[in-house]
Write a protein that binds this ligand. Structure first.
Ligand SMILES: [Zn+2]
Length: 84
């Protein structure tokens, strides 16, 4: 069972469905059983969809490093707020 931190490390790839089926299964098993991760993935997905709505391109690109850093900070704050 992956840790929450490992989930975050692969989260952007997970959201882009850019992982092996095995990794996807492991992440989905974790987030379906870990309420903070369920909520975080849901809110992350919403923010990414909001961002992409303003993109002129149809195919989503990878997250840029700055966005990744912001997401990591948000994730750390989110987990700290929940005592995770
Ligand atoms: Zn978790």
């Amino acid at each position: 069972m992956p840790e929450c931190k490992e989930i975050f490390d692969t989260l952007s790839m997970y959201l882009d469905r850019d992982l092996s089926p095995e990794s996807l299964e492991a992440i989905e098993a974790h987030v379906s059983d870990c309420k903070p991760c369920v909520e975080f993935v849901a809110s992350l997905r919403r923010s990414i969809e909001l961002c992409r709505r303003h993109e002129p391109v149809e195919l989503p690109g990878p997250l840029d490093p700055e966005a990744r850093d912001r997401l990591r900070a948000a994730y750390d704050a989110y987990r700290a707020a929940r005592g995770g």
